[in-house]
Design a protein around this ligand. Structure first.
Ligand code: MSP
Length: 640
């Protein structure tokens, strides 16, 4: 039976507009879940929304809606964003669902019956927005120590969970288990907090003050404190306590959270579990916070980074990659579009994209796109294979520590070794002799296998890219079915596989395009805003002499990143044309294609070379696609 792996994100406050901070935890959990699935684990990955409490009640009143209608209209924003980000959660829990409320009430009743919950009068300072009680000595300048806002003096009866009695047990639990709270600095913080006496936890709110919550099963005048309710989501998703025990998913392997909610998890949740007689999770990992261009994200500063917009501008995989690569998991990080574009160009376009492209390109050029049978071996092969097995092993260890950025660095070491392998073996020289061609077959086979291994390893981080790489390699077996097992031995890819080279997987964002994009982001304007296009007449259209033409020759223009020099045949004449498509197409891909030429364009000189016409292509964002036909046409035929 496959091993169970249970991973959770916090459940997000349904009132909040999802931003990159929320996306960060969810992407991290998704990457771990996907990796464990690759390894054959039976994965349960949980996320959801936290829907009770004062803020929700307040916002519903302001919106003129019932709290339930209000949350029903809001949680969708998270669900939809997770879909766009390719999040592969097993379940999405909402704390207003009957299945959750039922378990919370069962647990409360059980704890009450067993004397773990008692009623007492309470006098203290209450922070309304944070829904938390503070003692006199906690206050900072008379205000809430957490948010700095005004507090109110409150005296009322409430229910308390006997949290304090578990203090020694909790300290022992943390001290004897290094992995329980990570990173180590956060573990020390919790131990520091536990040096002060641990008080009992107030777990109720009188209905007259707050009605939007789960009613206490033993006293109808009260609802449950929102954190006591919310934390239980991690088990209520599996059913009652008996179901949780039987599910095999408890204890959870990892609770991923942000550093701000460490106390609630490490202290409240652990002691709650102890009282319920359930084991604590194997690990609570508290990651850092994202700032934006050095500032805290906030609505008032209008600098909240909206993930939907980022996905539209840059693509999902780029965002997933950036967030996990840029900052070591556990530390704070700073988001900037400039850093994002930097990573796209250096790591993704120049490195990963280039390796895939050159490998597929040479397979096309030397073996008609068919993966050859390896033939003559060479010294360089062993190095590549060794690096590969080393990286596969280290990645596996690093996943246990959730060291995402280190994992990506390791995979990129393999990328460098693969690029180096091609440079050292120089396929272009091998192709020149019959003897060299035998070695060439091995080099191209190994390069294709290395690209496959890299495709598998990056797929948890960039699922769409992993699939694209497999499609270009012509491998039908999905990434998950290949799995980590396919990386244990070199040579999974079959000789004779027909590859299909496609467009560059990560085109570069060149400097002018990046500058435009950054300027539009800074000013908050739509990128590339244009006036409504001027209308033209049919006569204007007919002025264009568009003709079909076949590309006979293609070569890159030296010293130009973009230009390719083409020789095209129009049936009755041949022309030289320069096209700015070198970042998307390799010259070899172009030869033999029929394209559309603007034949009556005045000749112009580019980089000292004459261009006698222009080829039509469509572009969207960074992508350029040549216009063409789905059937053959005579050369020189008029296009209207
Ligand atoms: N509802 C509670 C969690 C209950 S779990 C039983 C909550 N929700 S939240 O929506 O406010 O925050 C959810 C998560 O988002 C937290 O882990 C928090 O750390 C994270 N982030 C919110 N802003 C963030 C950044 N700017 N950067 C990184 N993560 C941040 O707390």
């Amino acid at each position: 039976m496959s091993k169970k792996f249970y991973i959770t994100t916090p459940i997000y406050y349904v009132n909040d507009v999802p931003h990159i901070g929320h996306a960060y935890t969810t992407i991290a959990a998704d990457v771990a879940a996907r990796y464990k699935r690759l390894g054959g684990h039976d994965v349960f990955f949980l996320t959801g929304t936290d829907e009770h409490g004062q803020k929700v009640q307040q916002a519903a009143i302001e919106a003129g809606k019932s709290p339930q209608d209000h949350v029903d209209s809001l949680y969708i924003r998270f669900k939809e964003l997770w879909q766009k980000l390719n999040i592969s959660h097993t379940d999405f829990i909402r704390t207003t669902e009957p299945r959750h409320k039922k378990v919370v009430q069962e647990i409360l009743q059980d704890l009450h019956d067993r004397g773990e919950i008692y009623k007492d009068s309470y006098e203290g300072w209450y922070c309304m927005p944070d829904e938390r009680f503070w003692t006199e000595k906690d206050l900072v300048d008379g205000n809430c120590p957490e948010c700095g806002r005004k507090v109110e003096k409150i005296k009322e009866y409430n229910y308390f969970f006997k949290m304090g009695q578990h203090q020694d047990w909790l300290i022992e639990q943390i001290q004897s288990n290094e992995k329980f709270i990570l990173p180590a600095s956060r573990r020390n913080e919790v131990l520091g907090f536990l040096q002060k006496p641990l008080e009992d936890l107030c777990i109720s709110r009188p209905k007259e003050r707050l009605s939007w919550g789960i009613p206490l099963p033993f006293d109808d005048d009260y609802v449950t404190y929102v954190w006591f309710d919310a934390l239980i989501n991690y088990i209520s998703v599996h059913g009652s306590l008996a179901d949780v025990r039987a599910s095999g998913y408890w204890p959870a392997c990892h609770h991923l959270i942000g550093k701000d909610i460490l106390t609630t998890h490490a202290v409240y949740w652990s002691t709650m579990l102890k009282a319920m007689d359930l084991a604590v999770p194997d690990n609570i990992f508290a990651h850092g916070w994202w700032t934006v261009n050095g500032q805290k994200m906030s609505k008032s500063l209008r600098n909240v980074v909206e993930p939907n917009l980022l996905i539209e501008q840059f693509g999902v995989d780029v965002i997933r990659y950036f967030l996990l690569r840029e900052v070591p998991f556990g530390l704070d990080g700073d988001f900037s579009h400039k850093a994002l574009i930097g990573r796209i160009n250096s790591d993704l376009a120049n490195n990963l994209g280039n390796l895939v492209n050159r490998t597929l390109n040479m397979l096309g050029k030397y073996f008609k796109g068919i993966v050859p049978q390896p033939d003559a071996a060479g010294d360089e092969d062993a190095l590549l294979k060794k690096k590969c097995s080393e990286v596969v092993g280290e990645v596996d260890k690093l996943f246990d520590e959730l060291a995402f950025s280190k994992i990506l660095m390791k995979i990129w070491e393999l990328l460098d070794t693969s690029n180096q392998y091609i440079n050292n073996t120089a396929p272009w020289n091998l192709a020149k002799s019959e003897e060299g061609k035998k070695r060439l077959a091995t080099v191209m086979y190994n390069s294709a296998e290395a690209v496959r291994v890299i495709g598998i390893l990056i797929s948890p981080f960039m699922p769409e890219t992993g699939d694209k790489i497999m499609a270009q390699l012509g491998i039908d077996t999905p990434v998950n079915q290949q799995g980590l097992d396919s990386l244990k031995q070199w040579g999974w890819i079959k000789a004779e596989t027909q590859t299909h080279q496609g467009a560059q997987i990560f085109p570069r964002i060149d400097d002018p395009a990046a500058a435009k994009l950054l300027a539009s982001i800074e000013t908050g304007s739509e990128p590339e805003k244009t006036e409504p296009p001027e209308q033209i007449t049919i006569e204007d259209v007919m002025k264009l002499d568009l003709r079909t033409a076949k590309i006979l020759e293609a070569e890159k223009v030296k010293k130009s990143k973009k230009l390719i020099k083409l020789k095209v045949d129009l049936g009755n004449e041949q022309r030289q044309v320069l096209a700015g498509i070198a970042e998307t197409y390799e010259p070899e891909q172009l030869i033999g294609r029929t394209v559309i030429l603007v034949a009556n364009l005045k000749p112009a000189k580019l980089m000292g070379l004459e261009s006698q016409g222009m080829i039509l292509a469509g572009s969207s964002g960074k992508k350029i696609v040549l216009a063409g036909f789905d059937e053959a046409l005579d050369l020189g035929a008029r296009v209207k």
